[in-house]
Structures are given as structure tokens and as C-alpha cells.
Design a protein around this ligand. Structure first.
Ligand code: OAD
Length: 251
């Protein structure tokens, strides 16, 4: 983690946001890290350090052992229920309020499957990798209702008795079409993109800020460490979300 945030960098990023009509905030697991939700690739506490993705987050794992896969996601949903949005989530919601009050707009596009942006007061334009709180029937695709997400045992569909599956995107699956369309529209309309807490390793999600940068959209990034997206950014703030995002609102 770097030392105190360079005020000139913060002022530059704040000026880009101040001049913008439409801001896209593109977030990854680092956005929720300070709330206590492990990131995917953090060596110490990352989810994958305890599980192999093939054992849990693939259609094959689901076919092989639905109970174990369901219990892992139900445990993650229950863990999210136990934590709270952090100062970074609240700063994103405040930025959205400020933009709206001056006739602008803020679109949150997230790779995260938690609901911390929503609980901080933001509307999420697209959950690109689904949500822990949108389980659905594997057979008839009927939404099962968020409260089922934390049920420890494998629930079944009231309509067709099919198994209820986690509402998250597994490796090899297509992204939700509605979320992807909303994300593409938001990025196309963006005057500025603010990237927070993603390694930028997973596609097609990571292609959205890269293509925006290629169109000349200014990119701001908040991350304690450089990511694969950092070379495309106009302003890199080497800090945690809970530090940098509130600082951007205080300029
Ligand atoms: P990663 O775990 O790959 O990256 C987390 C990023 O957050 C890293 O770049 C960290 O440096 C940064 N970070 C850590 N703490 C932070 C903090 N307090 N503030 C800001 N940034 C911080 O997570 P993602 O990039 O979100 O996909 O991973 C993308 C996708 O890979 C996930 O959505 C998931 C996974 O496979 C699916 O589940 C389909």
C-alpha cells in the first residue's frame, strides 16, 4: 500500500469528475475489500486461496455436487449479510447524488456479486457477473427470491421443483444479456470512467474500460496496486477505495 495520497492527483481526478455530465463507476472486488469481503486474487485471504475455482464456480462443479456448490454460495451470501458498505461505497452514492442534482448521471457497473453498492444507496446499472441475491431455477429460470440465497440447503423451484441455482456467472458461462447491454450503453455515454478495485484480468468485463480509453474517454483508477488497466488510465490514484473516493468528494 503506498503512503498518503498525492493531493495534485486527487485534484486532477476531482476536476475530471467535476467537468463530467455522465460518470461510469466500474468496480471489482477491491471495492468491497474494506467491508471485509475477500477479493478473488488476494494472496492471503482471496477466495481462491482456499478453494479451487474448478471445484465450485463452474457448471461442471454444479452438475457434480450441487449441495456443496450451493452451500458455498449461500455461505458467501450470509457473509455479505453480516458486513456493511464501506466509505468507498458511500462516496460513490454521494457522487451519484451530486451528479444527479446538477442534471448529470452516474452509472455503477460492477463485477461484484454482493449488494453493497445498493445498500449504500447506489442504483447498479449492471451486475456483469450476476448476484448472490438473485438465485433462479436451473430448469425454468424463474427467479427464486433473494431470501433463498442464504438458505443452507439446496432449495427447489415452487413452480417446477427444479433445483435453484446461484444467480452468479460461472466460468465459461455467458454474462447476463441485460446487464451487458446496460453496461455497454453506460460506457458509450460516459464522459469519465472511474475504475475502482479490479485487477482487470477477466474478460469481457475488462474490455469495457479499455474500449472507452481507446475512444478517448478519460479514465481514473483507484487501486492500492497497479492493475492491468493502469496503462490505459489518465489518472491513477494508488490508494484504497475507502481512502481515495471520499478524498475526491472533499476537493
Ligand atoms: P481481483 O481479486 O482479481 O482484484 C481485486 C483488485 O482489488 C486488485 O487489483 C487489488 O489490488 C484491488 N484492491 C484490493 N483492496 C482494495 C481496496 N481496499 N481498494 C481498492 N482496490 C483494492 O478481483 P476482480 O478484479 O473483481 O469473476 O476479479 C474480476 C472477476 O474475477 C470477478 O468478478 C470474478 C473473478 O473470477 C466471476 O466470478 C465471473
Amino acid at each position: 500500500m503506498r503512503d498518503a495520497l498525492d493531493s495534485a492527483l486527487v485534484e486532477r481526478a476531482a476536476a475530471l469528475l467535476e467537468a463530467a455530465g455522465h460518470v461510469v463507476v466500474f468496480t471489482g472486488a477491491g471495492m468491497s475489500a474494506e467491508s471485509g469481503v475477500p477479493t478473488f486474487r488476494d494472496a492471503m485471504t482471496g477466495l481462491w486461496s482456499r478453494f479451487s475455482p474448478e471445484d465450485l464456480a463452474t457448471p461442471e462443479a454444479w452438475e457434480r455436487d450441487r449441495e456443496t456448490v450451493w452451500r458455498w454460495y449461500a455461505g458467501r451470501a450470509a457473509a455479505v449479510r453480516e458486513v456493511a458498505p464501506n466509505d468507498g461505497h458511500r462516496a460513490v452514492a454521494e457522487l451519484g447524488d451530486r451528479l444527479t442534482s446538477r442534471g448529470g448521471a452516474l452509472s455503477v457497473v460492477t463485477q461484484n456479486v454482493d449488494d453493497l453498492h445498493e445498500r449504500a444507496g447506489s442504483e447498479v446499472a449492471g451486475h456483469l457477473h450476476g448476484s448472490l441475491f438473485q438465485p433462479r431455477c436451473e430448469v425454468c429460470d424463474r427467479p427464486a427470491g433473494g431470501e433463498l440465497s442464504v438458505a443452507p440447503d439446496l432449495p427447489h423451484c415452487e413452480l417446477c421443483d427444479g433445483p435453484i441455482r446461484p444467480g452468479v456467472v460461472w466460468f465459461g458461462e455467458m454474462l447476463p444479456a441485460g446487464a451487458w447491454r446496460a453496461a455497454e450503453q453506460a460506457f458509450a455515454a460516459a464522459d469519465v470512467v472511474l475504475i475502482v478495485g479490479t485487477s482487470g484480468l477477466v474478460y469481457p468485463a475488462a474490455s469495457l474500460p479499455i474500449e472507452a480509453a481507446e475512444r478517448g474517454t478519460p479514465i481514473i483508477e483507484v487501486n492500492p496496486e497497479p492493475s492491468t488497466l493502469t496503462p490505459t488510465t489518465d489518472c491513477f490514484l494508488p490508494a484504497a477505495a475507502g481512502t481515495a473516493l471520499p478524498a475526491l468528494l472533499r476537493v
